[in-house]
Design a protein around this ligand. Structure first.
Ligand code: HSE
Length: 385
């Protein structure tokens, strides 16, 4: 969009004032970064950060120093051990995983700004957040286990963040890179009042519902969704509704509602015979999903409806997840591919809800949500000493 001022308007403007160089150049900010979990999302993030570094330095005066990476058994610490590095010609050196040592290395002892990014799906890692935040380390994560885990731990995370000033951000826990958590925060922080939030919060389930027309077995589509990186490591987390329930709990807590996972009314699509199996065994028996899903589709089609996976949270803290048969004209029926749709009804957006829509699963968009959190923290550091 171009905006051109009219000559009359221009003549009334005061003469341009040259900006002082300090006002043009953002304050230099260096951030020591450690990444936990170089899986699909973690690897996509590392690639995005590497590609963006020259631009960030040019436009934001922001320098990201990647100090280390932790995988499930090993970690790499950058040049922290001169002897080992010398032996390996300064190559990256992998050593046994130790999260305490890792966090201390990224934090350093020189008062630097330090940030840990947890791209694992590990509860054990999430259990460290309160300590890391208390030590002044910022934490960003797409891992839903902290935001939807035990309420006491959630309060400990919030309290540690408030006490130390270190920031905790988890935008990518809900609908990957879509601005859902931030939108809710902005609504509430500007004095709006929540009525309810309703939407399709699962990229996997949205993709499956969009593609499932009966021409291919449901289990074949599920395997395809796995290959595309949409599903959780165990796809039963998507099918059981637990993944969406976790997102509702995260949003509820952001809205000040003390919700826990067991408070969410969830309709599971996992047949009882598959529910307790080890993952490998369950993967071999995914075809057992086909008959019940085919029956649900046929029932929806009798009334020319479509299947959509819908989550809902209201201001009283009532939350539910279900597979609904919706009329073909419903707003949720038109979302495409792995689109999530989130509809906020508030005092200001009562009759015409505020909608956020777009792809809500996949490594690239999830990593981009994490990256956006990093930039928000860096911006806040650039205005704070
Ligand atoms: N499995 C999740 C989904 C990934 O499909 O929405 C993003 O949370």
């Amino acid at each position: 969009m171009n905006i051109v001022a009219s000559p009359i308007a221009q003549s009334r403007l005061p003469p341009p004032v040259a900006l002082a160089p300090s006002a043009r150049t953002p304050r230099r900010c260096a951030l020591a970064v450690g990444v936990i979990g170089p899986g699909r999302v973690g690897s996509a993030l590392l690639e995005q950060l590497r590609a963006a570094q020259p631009r960030l330095e040019r436009s934001m005066n922001l320098v990201l120093n990647l100090c280390g990476v932790v995988a499930s058994r090993q970690m790499w610490l950058d040049c922290d051990d001169p002897e080992l590095n010398a032996r390996h010609h300064r190559a990256q050196t992998w050593r046994p995983n130790d999260l305490g040592e890792f966090a201390a290395h990224v934090r350093g002892d020189d008062g630097r700004h330090a940030l840990l990014i947890d791209c694992s799906a590990s509860d054990e890692v999430a259990a460290h957040y309160p300590d890391w935040l208390a030590a002044g380390i910022h934490v960003i994560t797409p891992n839903k286990l902290a935001g939807s885990g035990p309420l006491e731990r959630w309060h400990a995370i919030r309290a540690a963040s408030v006490d130390s000033g270190a920031r905790f951000r988890c935008e990518a826990t809900v609908c990957a890179g879509l601005p859902v958590v931030q939108t809710l925060r902005d609504l509430l922080d500007t004095g709006d009042e929540l009525i309810d939030i309703e939407g399709m919060f699962s990229g996997t389930m949205a993709w499956l519902c969009n593609r499932y027309d009966g021409s291919r077995p449901f289990s074949a589509l599920l395997r395809e969704a796995q290959a595309l990186g949409y599903t959780e490591p165990d796809p039963r987390a998507d099918l059981s509704g637990i993944d969406v329930a976790r997102k509702l709990v995260i949003l509820a807590r952001e809205a000040g509602l003390p919700l826990s996972l067991e408070d969410v009314d969830v309709e599971s699509l996992v047949p009882p015979a598959l529910a307790g199996l080890p993952l490998g065994e369950c993967t071999r028996r995914l075809h057992e999903l086909d008959a019940p899903m085919s029956a649900k589709l046929a029932k929806a089609q009798v009334h020319s409806g479509v299947l959509r996976h819908v989550g809902r949270l209201d201001r009283e803290g009532r939350a539910s997840v279900r597979l609904a048969a919706l009329p073909a004209a419903h707003a949720f029926a038109h979302a495409r591919l792995a689109d999530n749709v989130v509809q906020f009804r508030t005092r200001r957006y009562r009759d015409n809800p505020l909608m956020v829509q777009g792809p809500g699963a996949g490594p690239e968009v999830t990593a981009a949500g994490v990256f956006a959190d990093l930039l928000r923290i860096a911006e806040s550091l650039a205005v704070r000493p």
